[in-house]
Design a protein around this ligand. Sequence first.
Ligand SMILES: Nc1ncnc2c1ncn2[C@@H]1O[C@H](COP(=O)(O)OP(=O)(O)OP(=O)(O)O)[C@@H](O)[C@H]1O
Length: 792
Amino acid sequence: MNGEQSANGARTLPDDAVVVVPVSNVIFPGVVFPIVLDRPSAVAAAQQALREQHPLVLVLQQDVQAPDPGPQSLHRMGTLANVLRYVTGPDGAPHVACQGVERFEIDEWVEGFPFLVARGRRIPEPEAEGAAIEARFLHLRSQALEALQLLPQSPPGELVAAVEGASSPAALADLVAAYLDLQPPEKQQILETIDLEARLDKVSAFLAQRLEVLRLTSEIAQRTRQSLGERQRETLLREQMAAIQRELGEGEREELVELEAAIENAGMPEEVVQQARKELRRLARTPEAAAEYGMVRTYLEWLVELPWGVPEAAPIDLAEARRILDEDHFGLEKIKQRIIEHLAVRRLAPEGKAPILCFVGPPGVGKTSLGQSIARAMHRPFVRVSLGGVHDESEIRGHRRTYVGALPGNIIQAIRKAGRRDCVMMLDEIDKMSAGIHGDPSAALLEVLDPEQNVAFRDNYLAVPFDLSRVVFIATANMLDTIPGPLRDRMEVIQLSGYTAGEKRQIAERYLVRRQLEANGLTAEQVQIEPAALETLIARYTREAGVRSLEREIGRLLRHVAVRFAEGHTEPVRIGPTNLEPILGPPRVENEVAMRTSVPGVATGLAWTPVGGEILFIEATRTPGDGRLILTGQLGEVMRESAQTALSLVKSRAEALGVTPSLFKESDIHIHVPAGATPKDGPSAGVAMTMALISLLTDRTVRSDTAMTGEISLRGLVLPVGGIKEKVVAAATAGVRRVLLPARNRADERDIPEETRQTLELIWLERIEDAIEAGLDPRRGDVRQTQVRAAS
Ligand SMILES: Nc1ncnc2c1ncn2[C@@H]1O[C@H](COP(=O)(O)OP(=O)(O)OP(=O)(O)O)[C@@H](O)[C@H]1O
């Protein structure tokens, strides 16, 4: 097979080929290792391999310095590896954590990819039997354990366990080779040694040399400890380090000197300074080629680059804050007021325990941008931490350093990015976090947010306390119910609901258009979007509670115009409603309601979702059968019960409705709620289901200008439901003109925006009869059409 073209234009990888990534050090089977992807081709290779779940083969470059090595400058023996994770390193460069699986020999190269692709063979491990191998295995293991014991810094527990529990001689040889500080060509030699006896001997010989140095240094250290005081010991240790370095043939390490200065100047608490100095000494003792060297250096860099000190902050100017909030946001009066109150509390008690703000609402209603304005008003940097999909405690708290490829958790990463520990940190999608097999992230987050504990937050990677008490945390969520209770209790919830069409137009006119003009290098003199065009955009090209898609569509319009100016056009451009279609294509939101309800058996319901209100169609149909009720469309338990109730209600009213009772016995009734795979639940579609059934059985259509919501009881009472405001706004957006609502929801009428109220007729229902009266079309439907539906 030669690889096909995939959707994004890139060729897919042939099944029998592997992606080859050149590396500057040898990765052994059985070892997990982070690889820096420092070339675009390597990034592309890793991404495609990850996407298509293809393993990678990591192959050592012959010339480690070569910038972009081709097939000729690679060894032929490499290691087949699985990509475990794709991570961004502390320096911002992408890394992949790879696990070596097996040796792999390349036979031929496959052309036509922007990175290296080859065919070849996996090399299985030879049988490990016989006394000769057993003896070598035991010898190597005792050597390795001794070396680990003699290391100046106690070795990671996992490594000791891995050596003790090595599953085979081959695995032990590879493990030791991976951790030995050898030059890459020496490691490659070991990789290419398939024969087990020979491989064990080679590794043993290298380890023996290293052991000698270790024994020597440990002996010196012991003697010194006995005879010298603290201070002298330090000096001596330094000399020893230099001696060891010379012995290993390495020059002065400027890097260490720089790190030492950085430690002194980072403003760290004493405990952390001590820890950093200890690690620096360890670094000095580690040869640069050893894997451990990079790990310790990265750790030290993390320590010195964190913002330990807090700069003097100016007190919050409330008038200025108000001005900034108004400048960035239209409307949202109550919300701005609450933010100002919150800031006032902070101003009075800058170090006090202010509650954590939590913005709850659908996407695109300005949660993030309010957070940015708060940061601006407080003159602090703003950072975001995305919690959506986090289900592992270590994502919050980091991995211990003994874990290969370990990094701090996302809170500490965000602090470093902000560069100040009194930053405004937005914890995004706090409702989308869940507990997984590796612990509950919300427990870790509680600790982050708890003023009693966050003065000394312990990240597993840093392993020293970091003070988070000055961070201004703001959380965001789409819905409240899925936020764990203890977390919710810590927060002051501020609800943002969607915007009406009129509000959207104002936001577009005052903010979005201006912002998109700037983003596309245009001026208001060059282009004007007429209000009517904005209205059409809102009504027919977007269907959302917020303004995110609206901003995107405006951006598309302006980009189109920008191209014309770039091509030499000079006259000012006006965009009217009729110009939209040629640029953006046909409208996406059509008047669905009229079309769908043109046959009996369909009623328009209203649903509440975390992203705003939605209209939904309830379809009922009848087929010859024996009285069964079939429900489809991913309905939840409560909604299914509601359908049963609707059917029983209609049966009990059969006579009054003019439906022959035997009809129920001779047919199956099927209720379907389309709209794809989204699960739907709740009792609030009761009225709409009943109406769909009545419409079907009496052969009268439901009025196409009418939508409805309400729970029903078996006796035909219409009971109140939630989300009235969102549902009514959604009905208006969909072009509906009449909405049937439970009379017991009358109190919610005042929440409905005035502008929406104006365009709609609201009809309040006490009983299902009121709905029949107001919702059914007086005319009978087209009988032939009904029969076709019934038979289909
Ligand atoms: N009231 C408003 N006035 C001006 N601009 C607004 C308003 N509401 C939203 N916007 C703009 O709409 C865009 C989307 O808002 P934002 O990214 O803050 O939404 P969000 O609620 O954080 O959404 P998500 O939950 O998807 O992150 C931003 O460009 C924002 O500035």
